[in-house]
Design a protein around this ligand. Structure first.
Ligand SMILES: Cc1cc2nc3c(=O)[nH]c(=O)nc-3n(C[C@H](O)[C@H](O)[C@H](O)COP(=O)(O)O)c2cc1C
Length: 219
């Protein structure tokens, strides 16, 4: 299956013919660290929260993000079920101190279980959407659904949302709207087997002009 090129030292894998489980390992082990969206929704059977690491910001005007939801044993996860019923949700950024509570929210509880209560999270009403927000999380992004896009042979659903309201714990954003990465202490996901990374080992590297880039290359 693998294909070693001795000249470059690279091993190649063709996803055609690989199992879904092995492809999942390559995808989740390679695209790292992934940010984590802890998503609260409100459905016919009450509030729900679950983490999603197939997640990113994708546009700013209007501010737009997406996350991707797989199926569970062929059935829709509660998050997707709820968003179909009420196309609103809140994305929370999880600080490292909240890792265990976030993980409780990933448990496959029966539909109708409020994972926020199970995890001992404190919630508050949102301003512009109906799902509650978790006030323990340092960042809460109230979102309205823009598009739900099935993708793949075994369908995932891309949930594309517009951020209609930002909330930050006091002291996290300065008067120039810079978010303090140290105070945020965001958690990242590594492979899908329980690996995580912290953002405590940071460095700064500004982007370069063309001249600066060429000067660096010549060295
Ligand atoms: C850190 C983390 C990241 C996760 N990322 C995803 C993801 O991107 N997509 C997905 O479908 N499930 C993901 N999961 C699993 C879901 O959180 C899990 O299936 C959850 O029970 C879904 O809950 P729900 O049925 O209440 O929506 C992740 C779990 C963890 C712990």
């Amino acid at each position: 299956m693998d294909d070693l090129d001795p000249a470059s030292g690279m091993v190649a894998f063709d996803p055609d013919g690989m199992s879904v489980a092995d492809t999942y390992k390559l995808m989740t082990g390679s695209v790292v660290p992934r940010p984590i969206a802890l998503v609260s929704t409100l459905g016919p059977s009450g509030p729900n929260a679950a983490p999603f690491s197939f997640f990113n910001a994708v546009a700013v005007d209007p501010p737009t993000l997406l996350f991707s939801v797989s199926a569970r044993d062929g059935a829709e996860k509660d998050t997707l079920h709820n968003i179909r019923a009420l196309p609103e949700f809140v994305v929370h950024i999880v600080g490292a101190a909240l890792a265990e509570q976030m993980n409780i929210c990933a448990t496959g509880f029966a539909r109708g279980t409020d994972e926020m209560a199970e995890a001992g999270f404190r919630t508050a009403p949102s301003r512009k959407v109906r799902p509650p927000r978790i006030v323990d999380c340092p960042v809460q992004l109230e979102c309205r659904l823009v598009q739900l896009l099935p993708i793949g042979r075994i369908p995932y659903h891309l949930v594309i949302g517009e951020v209609v309201q930002f909330h930050y714990q006091a002291g996290l954003v300065n008067d120039r709207f810079h978010v303090d990465a140290g105070k945020l202490d965001a958690l990242g996901r590594l492979a899908g087997n329980g690996g995580y990374a912290r953002t405590t080992d940071r460095f700064f590297m500004p982007m370069l002009s063309v001249d600066e880039a060429r000067a660096k290359r010549r060295r």
